[in-house]
Design a protein around this ligand. Structure first.
Ligand SMILES: NC(=O)c1ccc[n+]([C@@H]2O[C@H](COP(=O)([O-])OP(=O)(O)OC[C@H]3O[C@@H](n4cnc5c(N)ncnc54)[C@H](O)[C@@H]3O)[C@@H](O)[C@H]2O)c1
Length: 286
């Protein structure tokens, strides 16, 4: 199947980043969210990022401009009508199973039968979304990394119902977007988050028990372990609310204490200190 037009649902951190990569890779992109204002803000932010990249000489002005022109957005959340003629959908809304399942049910009704339906979920059971869609053979996980324009990995997640043709289509989509795919079965956290989440939580426990401060914990990992970012800065980048939701579904599935969200993380989320996106998490941002 040829992929030219993509629907991306959710214009937050991940949805807007994936939309940027897709438009830059030559896809026509329709970005969908619960209201038009969120979508307009996201498209303006993508345009600003692409223009900045062009000013820095990392992309050509023409390529940045064409990418911006390939983006459109809609707040038609209830009908999803603008997705009726897309070749594939990538869903990147809040990590909440009922919200995503309802969306996949409607996608199964609104999109063309051959359209690929992908979710960017980090931890929820893809099989539940596949079943909700009514055509589980065309459902697959495409788990991008944050920020999508900088990190090239995509975990491709198959369920027991995903067909070989769907898998090949997903690989084709990743190739056109310049991504590096790895394949994984439908298990909460897949590869990367299964390793990363307990690591971040151990860093939070170190901080909360007063063993070291946040700067020194992250410095130890950067300078001593050669990590590009420390675990607490990584948590702030993910978004502490999203990290908590990811952990909750992993804990529910595995029942292992290492996936239980630490109290300090929950308290910061309650206070609205969600990391970079609100200017404050474990660190403060301008
Ligand atoms: N943040 C990360 O580092 C990261 C990395 C990979 C995958 N993911 C996954 O991507 C998805 C989106 O995460 P994000 O970080 O972009 O989140 P975000 O909070 O930045 O954006 C969530 C989007 O969902 C929309 N939305 C739709 N219905 C909603 C509802 N009922 N309640 C709240 N929001 C609703 C919001 O308008 C918003 O645009 C999640 O499934 C998450 O697990 C996140």
């Amino acid at each position: 199947m040829e992929f030219n037009k993509l629907g991306i649902i959710g214009s937050g951190l991940m949805g807007s980043g994936i939309a940027q990569v897709a438009a830059y890779s030559g896809f026509d992109v329709v970005l969908v969210d619960v209201d038009q204002q969120r979508v307009d803000t996201a498209i303006a932010n993508i345009a600003r990022r692409l223009e900045r990249e062009a000013e820095r000489g990392r992309v050509s002005k023409e390529d940045a401009q064409s990418a911006i022109e390939r983006l459109s957005g809609t707040g038609e959340w209830e009908t999803l009508q603008p997705l009726a003629n897309v070749d594939a959908v990538i869903e990147a809304v809040v990590e909440d199973l009922p919200v995503k399942a309802k969306l996949f049910e409607r996608l199964g009704q609104v999109t063309r039968p051959e359209a690929l339906l992908a979710s960017n979920t980090s931890s929820l059971p893809l099989s539940d979304l596949a079943a909700a869609s009514g055509r589980p053979e065309r459902v697959i996980g495409l788990h991008f990394f944050n920020p999508p324009w900088a990190l090239k990995l995509v975990e491709i997640v198959s369920t027991a119902s995903t067909t070989e043709e769907t898998l090949q289509d997903a690989l084709k989509l990743c190739e056109k977007m310049g991504r590096t795919p790895v394949q994984v079965k439908d298990t909460p956290g897949f590869i990367a988050n299964r390793l990363l989440v307990p690591f971040i939580f151990d860093a939070i426990h170190l901080l909360d028990s007063g063993v070291a401060n946040a700067e020194d914990i992250d410095m130890a990992c950067k300078v001593g372990l050669n990590h590009t970012m420390g675990p607490l800065a990584t948590a702030d980048l993910i978004g502490l609310d999203t990290l908590q939701l990811i952990a909750e579904s992993m804990f529910e599935e595995y029942g292992e204490p290492r996936f239980k969200a630490p109290t300090l993380l929950r308290r910061l989320v309650s206070l609205g200190h969600l990391g970079r996106k609100t200017g404050r998490g474990f660190f403060r941002y301008e």
